[in-house]
Ligand binder design. Sequence first.
Ligand code: ATP
Length: 591
Amino acid sequence: MKRSNYKRLFKLFYGYRRWFLLSIILNIFFAAGALAIPALSAALIDYGILKGNFGHVLDIGFLMLIAAVIAGICQIANAAIAVWASEYCTHVLRKKTFEKIQTLSFGNIDRFRSSDLLVRLTTDIMNVKTAVMQTIMNLMQAPLLLIGAIIILHFTAQSLMWIIVSLLIIFTISLIIYFVIVEPAFSRKQKKIDGVNKALRETLTGIRVVKAFVRQQYEIDKYQGAINELKIAALRPQHVMAYLMPTVIAISFLGFGAVYYFGGVNVLSGEGLLIGNVTSAVQYILILMMPLMIIAIVLPFITQANASLTRIFEIMDAIPEISDPINPIQVNPDTVKGRVIFEHVDFAYRNENGEPEGEVLKDINLIAEPGETIGFLGSTGCGKSSLISLIPRFYDVTRGKVTIDGVDVRDMKQSTLRSIIGICLQEPVLFSGNIRDAITFGRSDMTDDEMIVASKAADVDGFVKNIPETYDGKVARRGANFSGGQRQRLSIARALATKPRILILDDSTSACDVATEARIQDAITDMMKNVTKFIVAQRISSVITADRIVLMEHGRIVASGTHTELLAENALYQEIYESQLGSGLHPGGAS
Ligand SMILES: Nc1ncnc2c1ncn2[C@@H]1O[C@H](COP(=O)(O)OP(=O)(O)OP(=O)(O)O)[C@@H](O)[C@H]1O
């Protein structure tokens, strides 16, 4: 078990160490109260009841009451600290991990995977919360009760100590067997739970596809397989855990019998023990068993939380692949012209170990002049999206450089760089809220007029006006209440509304009909005359009016020119043109 995880966790709460100290003090008082009661009860029996001394009965009874009240109050106060500390711990971990995730770059997110991050931020943090709660509430008092009970028994019923020691040995052996079986079984069960969650997440997020392809039975069988495996994996630890309590009770009963028998013989033969000593010894057996039970119940939580902490700290320790330079070159976004140059750029995504693997872009050389519109065409997977993702530094080049107005993008502050770029990603992700929030996402200080200009250019204004609440209309999670084309138009409006110097549209009109696409292109050309525009597309119609069309194949630029030039000279372009528009459809001024 990695102890350093708990050390680190404690360091996070170092400012609140007084509360932990208070919890320790409360636990000590609780243990003192709990341990005093059997000893007092022995005195009450031996010197009060058996001697017929009513005054002693009253005095000792009163002391027992005080001990019980102290133990009770301390236990309640400690429970309050446990609840507070575990909630606070959850809050801090949630906040810190979420803030950290915001600093991670695309490469880091690729490696963690969003679904995995979700589990770390929810289940793993909850595991830590349970462990913190159990530790403060139960685990900290266990050694105090254990040691205290043994010491008292040693002084009050030394002749019965062999029974206590035998019980402890039997019980410790049972615990060891329990851990040997339960520990690995628990981690196997956790793996199966992960498997069930994965299957569930995949099926539920793709439920429409499942239904569309009538694959319900296949998915049911797949899920059934996963939950069957979980059932088998869960049965073993669950059985062992269920047997633990009866085992402890059985061992305790054995202990009671032995103590009453041997204690009774001792009392009757006048070897030194009093009746009270015998009855209190039975109560101490119960107190002894309690901490051992607590350890048995709580340790699996601690082990589980330790694994969870490792996963949480992995996020906190992740080094963002992209970071700001120590001495960034100051760039004024208002005066940026938007001349973008790719110089001998190679690029590869990084593998699990963070090393570049398999070149995706090879020796890219490209100059985009301010105000120019460059279209990118090429078969799927040829590297178009990867190429444009290097401009806002979603990823860094592995060789060469990308510059804007002569400044390497790696020498700028990321916030400045991104403020001059308006980007519309391939997947038009929208956040829940209203339409106004969705469009002004990149610049919350814009006026309604500015927003409407962007909306009109992206052909959003038309359909928004048909919504009764217009721009206050609701956007559901991920924009689920809009069609694919509407979502794309909203995300184009969001990119335009930031008034960028460089605009990147990655296959952003693929779900729009050709007429809508042409309207958007015309409006963008009008509105963004001086803005450098990069338009990635699958359809020729999306880039036909571009100043230059760059044709890509297997990560390389294989040709570039205007539509007319490429159509006249390039066989690949002619082939694409023929396959897409050759049947006589010539929109947007195709020759
Ligand atoms: N995040 C990623 N991690 C690893 N490899 C990736 C990642 N994104 C893309 N790739 C790989 O890089 C190559 C180029 O992908 P890219 O998305 O740039 O192509 P594209 O031309 O934009 O394709 P499409 O037109 O289908 O969007 C592909 O082989 C793809 O598998």
